[in-house]
Design a protein around this ligand. Structure first.
Ligand code: NAG
Ligand code: NAG
Ligand code: NAG
Ligand code: NAG
Length: 480
């Protein structure tokens, strides 16, 4: 579901609101319609690469200036020199001139020692890299991506996960990128051990329904981990890459999903500098305290993004159901607003190791719309629905504290303010849904079981080929 277009400059930026006692700040996220190089297997010249980067930066400059004009800010016009790194020089100046923090994703190369057995033949490591410039134009953070996606063969993995944080007067920040979000490090460590308030997340995220659409999963991570989360996707609809947002722990504040136009989009929203981390959810408490809800319906198997779920069909406009797989039992109570029309919904459970395009152990409870009325299509991607829900309450006997609550409505829309999580682990509606429902899901991760399980990687040759065409051979050096 994720892929990486290296060396584009997807940007995300934020700045201090001058109006309050700094317990809030304004965040801005730009979904950039990236101008890509044409596909080639031979390296392009530095001049050519730079010219393309500058075309992208011209667009980003417009977005930054537009963001800065929408919030009172101080302007400063002093110039800083960066020598050999013109892209960073431009980013630094944009940050300083607009009194704004700027976050960007670029490539980084680092010479290595031939005595290092892992040093590549060309004598350098290349990293997928995020950089942060503060509002003085100073480089305050640099992060090398840890969890490379399958197509990122041009990049190296740092020897140890990099835990990168920086402090500001409006809270502490951590940074990671794209596929990292599915793993323990650095994301969970940043929140649990370093107690950051806000995560910065540049990404090139390919949407995969029903559970891994960008806005859906990134907002769920913010809620599950109780942090602010600023996600800046690139805008590339032909690769299903769209979906950026500004997410607070309690709900999304702004989000953008657009498969129809080729335009970039700037989002702005206020966030609390120090969102409360103190709410502790016991994700199994409610579900393990109740008896299985009546069902009587025949169970069936269905495939969700290569994983075999156990499902039951929801038979009426209202009901109570339980479905189990291995150690996980999922309970659902619901009432639909409308009659079923010609739509089928199912409740599913999955407890197992996912092995395609990445290896990660999941426990998932999901209510989802089946693509058609044929039960064999339950779990297939579907983007529209016509059934609203009056109420829902979903819970499961999770063996983890890392559960990400997702509610996705028709046409990939979020439902801010329409649902909540209780401390005993129920994901429940606060009001009837504003649109028809695609899915209501508790997406659990058991990080410690990623390695322990013995299933083999199921990566197909076809999947590899599809991902490879997005590689762009442009790399810049950072003089760090
Ligand atoms: C490369 O490794 C050699 C042997 O370990 C060491 O003496 C030298 O200082 C290293 N050079 C750099 C640039 O790290
Ligand atoms: C940020 O501040 C916290 C406590 O105020 C401190 O423990 C931490 O080391 C600081 N982090 C950085 C990167 O300066
Ligand atoms: C969560 O709730 C379950 C069931 O009530 C209980 O057995 C378990 O100890 C609780 N876990 C924590 C971490 O409090
Ligand atoms: C579902 O269970 C709740 C109580 O847990 C009950 O009030 C309700 O009537 C049940 N709904 C159906 C359709 O059985």
């Amino acid at each position: 579901m994720t892929t990486q277009l290296p060396a584009y400059v997807a940007i995300l930026l934020f700045y201090v609101s001058r109006t309050s006692c700094q317990d809030t700040f304004t965040a801005a996220v730009y979904e950039h319609a990236v101008i890509l190089p044409s596909v080639t297997l031979t390296p392009v010249s530095r001049e050519e690469a730079l010219a393309l980067m500058n075309r992208n930066l011209d667009i980003l400059e417009g977005a930054i200036i537009s963001a800065a004009q929408q919030v009172p800010s101080l302007l400063s016009l002093q110039y800083i020199r960066f020598g050999q790194t013109p892209v960073q020089e431009r980013l630094s100046c944009l940050a300083k001139n607009n009194f704004i923090y700027v976050v960007a994703n670029i490539g980084d190369k680092k010479p290595c020692n031939t005595s290092d057995p892992q040093c590549p033949p060309d004598g350098r490591y290349q990293y997928n890299t995020d950089v942060v410039f503060d509002s003085q134009g100073k480089l305050v953070a640099r992060y090398h991506k840890q969890n490379l996606f399958m197509s990122e063969e041009q990049f190296n993995v740092p020897k140890e996960p990099e835990i990168v944080t920086f402090n500001t007067s409006f809270g502490s920040f951590g940074i990671f990128t794209c596929f990292d979000i599915l793993f323990h490090d650095p994301g969970i460590t940043l929140v649990k051990d370093f107690h950051v308030d806000t995560i910065l997340f540049p990404t090139a995220w390919m949407n995969v329904l029903p559970h891994l659409s960008a806005v859906e999963f990134h907002s769920a991570w913010a809620m599950g981990m109780r942090v602010n989360f600023l996600a800046s996707n690139i805008h590339y609809p032909s690769k299903k890459m769209t979906g950026s947002g500004i997410y607070a722990p309690s709900s999304s504040r702004a989000f953008h999903y657009d498969m129809k136009t080729e335009e970039g989009k700037l989002l702005l929203s206020q966030l609390e500098s120090h969102p409360s981390h103190s709410v502790v959810v016991n994700w199994t408490s409610y579900a393990s305290s109740i008896e299985p809800l009546s069902s009587g319906n025949q169970e069936f198997k269905g495939t969700v993004f290569f994983d075999e779920f156990t499902f039951v069909k929801l038979a009426g406009v209202a009901g109570n159901y339980t479905v189990c797989q291995k150690d996980l039992c999922c309970h659902l109570s619901y009432r639909m607003s409308d009659n079923l029309a010609d739509e089928v919904y199912a409740l599913g459970a999955f407890d197992g190791l996912h092995t395609v395009e990445g290896r990660y152990y999941l426990q998932i409870c999901t209510l989802l719309k089946c693509k058609t009325t044929n039960l064999n299509t339950c779990g297939d991607s579907v983007e529209t629905a016509s059934t609203r829900f009056e109420m829902f309450s979903l819970s499961g006997t999770f063996g983890t504290q890392y559960v990400f609550p997702e509610v996705l409505l028709s046409e990939n829309q979020l439902a801010p303010g329409e649902f909540q999580v209780s401390t005993d682990g129920r994901l429940f509606s606060l009001k009837p849904t504003s649109r028809p429902v695609l899915t209501v899901t508790l997406f659990g991760r058991l990080y410690e079981k990623d390695r322990a399980s013995s299933a083999s990687s199921g990566l197909t040759a076809q999947a590899r080929r599809i991902m490879l065409i997005v590689i762009a051979p442009i790399v810049y050096s950072l003089s760090w």
